[in-house]
Write a protein that binds this ligand. Structure first.
Ligand code: SF4
Ligand code: SF4
Length: 404
């Protein structure tokens, strides 16, 4: 029997607090860089923007910074503090934008303040259960394998009428992974567009249809670690048994989660987002973007596809390949892109913060003078629409489809 993996602060013990003097510099050094109030990391050429951590910018209290989350977690780990309602609020206002992780230079093993926030969420969930606002998401995962509690019969409905092959009925080494957003009519655009693009390129691929389960995004980011392990194991079993060699994913957040599945389990299975796949098709001459679209557009980098996976240039190169498109950048772009506020369970638990974040991002988008904003994450589209913007928001893969 394999040992139960460590959960919560025990899982991050090594990085949380280094006891020996020689290891001290591998813990938080209180520099303040992760929320824009510290020295520039000497490894950086460019300090980026001062606005780094959304909850800190919204509440403007030190306790909402990544640094404070790290320090509070240390105190809980050592039994100096207990889990109070205030501490829970601070830990759960993180939008999981990954900015602090990108900036904090204190560790050289890839771990950082965001990992500690997530581990603290695990600690809270293990000891006290989830926040009330997040309970339906956990129940949905447990009962229906998706956070929205959509019944199994809804899964795969997005592909109705597209004549795509289903794993189980047919075989192929390339799998289109749609993601849970495609369970709901308003989140289907990316999966539908990706299937059309793959068909246009003559790709031999399958989908999972009703058998698809959540990749584990909400389970991972909200601290439902046991559920995350379950979903990960079941997903790995499906792709291994089917002999899948490549996953093409319609969602930026699923792309991040699949990328973080254990390498030793994934083996040589390749993980790509739809935009990375489209870029390859264009380079190989298997797809042509021939229709002219005379529009000025701006692109919002979803945090999980950008900072989480390092995919910044593929969407821009594709847009620049569409005749008639003028791409204009928001001030905060690529690795400094400002979060939409839609991640980490924040819209469910702290709607005011999610609303402010969306409005702030849409204000920036509007300042570019673009006719529309493009992005490729159903989470971002849903939250940015909260701002009731007077600027059209479109799914990038769907937009690309129009240019074929
Ligand atoms: S978490 Fe990292 S960047 Fe933030 S204060 Fe601590 S050492 Fe500095
Ligand atoms: S992931 Fe983003 S929101 Fe969360 S603590 Fe880090 S900078 Fe703040």
């Amino acid at each position: 029997m394999t040992a139960k993996p460590a959960i919560g602060l025990e899982r991050v013990k090594r990085w949380l607090y280094a006891k020996g003097l020689e290891e001290r510099s591998s813990g938080c050094v209180l520099c303040g860089s992760c929320y824009g109030h510290g020295p520039v990391n000497p490894m950086e050429d460019n300090p980026g923007f001062k606005t780094k951590c959304p909850p800190y910018e919204f509440y403007r209290f030190q306790r909402f910074t990544p640094k404070s989350r790290w320090l509070m977690s240390q105190r809980v780990f050592h039994g100096l503090d207990s889990i109070t309602p205030e501490l829970k609020e601070i830990i759960y206002t993180c939008t999981t934008c990954l900015m602090c992780q990108e900036i904090c230079g204190v560790r050289n093993d890839g771990y950082g303040p965001w990992d500690i926030t997530v581990a603290m969420r695990e600690e809270i969930t293990e000891k006290e259960g989830p926040l009330e606002a997040h309970r339906p998401l956990l129940e949905g995962l447990k009962l229906h394998n998706n956070p929205w509690s959509q019944p199994k019969s809804e899964r795969g409905k997005w592909a109705k009428g597209l004549s795509v092959k289903k794993l189980g009925e047919e075989k192929a080494s390339t799998l289109l992974f749609a993601g849970c957003s495609a369970d709901r009519p308003e989140g289907r655009a990316a999966a539908v567009a990706l299937a059309k693009i793959m068909k246009a390129a003559g790709e031999d691929f399958v989908i999972l249809g009703e058998e698809e389960k959540c990749c584990g995004l909400y389970a991972c980011d909200l601290g439902f670690r046991s559920e995350y392990h379950r979903l990960q194991e079941e997903n790995l079993k499906i792709i291994k048994e089917a002999g899948v060699k490549r996953l093409v994913i319609a969602c930026g957040s699923c792309r991040r989660i699949w990328q973080d599945y254990p390498r030793e389990e994934m083996g040589s299975v390749e993980v790509l987002h739809g935009v990375e796949y489209v870029e390859r098709l264009l380079q190989a001459g298997r797809l042509k973007l021939t229709k002219t679209i005379n529009k000025k557009v701006t692109y919002h980098d979803p945090c999980h596809l950008g900072r989480g996976c390092g995919v910044y240039e593929a969407p821009r190169r594709i847009l620049n390949a569409i005749p008639g498109i003028e791409l204009t950048e928001m001030e905060r772009n690529r690795r400094w892109a400002w979060c939409c506020g839609g991640g980490g369970g924040v819209p469910e638990a702290f709607p005011d913060l999610a609303q402010w974040n969306a409005e702030d991002r849409m204000r920036e988008a509007k300042q570019t003078g673009a006719d529309l904003l493009l992005t490729t994450s159903a989470v971002c589209i849903r939250n940015l629409n909260r701002a009731q913007p007077n600027l059209e928001i479109r799914e990038l893969l769907e937009f690309i489809c129009q240019a074929i």
